[in-house]
Design a protein around this ligand. Sequence first.
Ligand SMILES: *Cc1c(COP(=O)(O)O)cnc(C)c1O
Length: 484
Amino acid sequence: MSEPSKLVFEESQAGRCGVSLPGCDVPERPLSELLPPDALRSADAPLPEVSELQVVRHFTRLSQKNMGVDTAFYPLGSCTMKFNPKVNEAASGQPGLLRVHPYQPTETVQGILELLWRLERFMAEIAGMDAVSLQPAAGAHGELAGLMVIRAYFDDKGERRERILVPDSAHGTNPASCTLCGLNTVQIKSDAQGGVDIEHLKANLDRTVAALMITNPSTLGLFERNICEIVRLVHEQGALVYLDGANLNAIMGITRPGDFGVDVLHFNPHKTFATPHGGGGPGAGPIGVKAPLAPFLPVPRIVQRGHAFALDCDQPKSIGKMRSFYGNIGVLVRAYCYLRSLGPDGLKEASQHAVLNARYLLSRLRPHFDLPYDSPCMHEFVLSASRQKQKGVRALDIAKCLIDLGFHPPTIYFPLIVPEALMIEPTETESKETLDAFADALIQIAREAEESPDKVTTAPHVTPVSRLDEVKAARELKLRWKTV
Ligand SMILES: *Cc1c(COP(=O)(O)O)cnc(C)c1O
């Protein structure tokens, strides 16, 4: 087991200092002359007293305990841990892009406005939509914005529709966004193949439904084979189709949501267009809509007037602003770089590789785990550890054991309709050797689950701490290693 790090406070030695400042060349005055009494400390701040080298080593050591796409295979299903090409960092780090300020007059930021305007058009083209807003700050925020647009659209038509149909395989953010938007979620069952149960959909469809919120490919990693029929049924009732675009990575350049009838969707550039994510963000959540919904998009819209670009707030039907300023610009610039460097053919190839990698991994793992929905997968697939559970080994144990073998665990216990779910999504840029090594590791764990389950249920053995109370760990952070 590797040595737990000390807290930087525990390294503190009275009198040690990490900086040397030049002597003061103006007369010194006590702080009490400069600050009001209530702004003064009664005692010194309890800062650690450490050398520069101690600080560097402390934080470098901590960073090495982390795991990311740059250090290891990271097959976190649903999250699409894409490889982030370093050229995007170089391009987006140019001072002209990095240092613009949202309060600058628009005539001084024409370059960035043009870049964002073009990015909106690229995204519209990729998804087959008519208009895009880059403003929402994450996928879930895009869901909320998209639902608000749908609400505003029906309000404008004088129609009262407050039900949103959401398949039971959906991401938890879908019903959460409906609730935040004041709409009611109606859960639609999946059929035996993992698609939308058409009869259950029909039974719940009427003119009180505002939209069907569907994920395609679904969180089971399956392309909805009845999508055209589903869209026809929804539109027949005057309702709209919202696509959770989190899985766009599987279909870029192959098919377009707009072409299969989607009216509103959100993009997750951090999952689809290779902008960094993890550790809490920031991501982005642009939304795309068909023309009849465009007047309701958030303001400001980026518009072209002659050769100049402007920010237009004069949109009377708009849902208003979703956040400060114009979006998470740094993320969006990286998405633009990714799209420009890959081009249409490169994007299609990225999707093809994502699907190929997932299908290859599935073909190797299929004999060793249960596969509740056995159809050709897209960019991810969901195994079940039900077989292993009979020996007392759960999906959680398998995930922990992978850490010992040097891999980031897959997503577990999601989607909820698969018992003991292991949701695996290999990054599209991984080599066959890496995929094989990961498959070998999971096959080894499946064998150990049969032969020596204790080894699996006590993993991980190589980390500073092993098993935590998963709920308590999130709710009551304990930062002192000695008391863990
Ligand atoms: C990631 C994800 C979301 C939420 O997107 P964020 O950008 O994390 O807010 C919604 N739906 C699905 C299917 C996802 O995978």
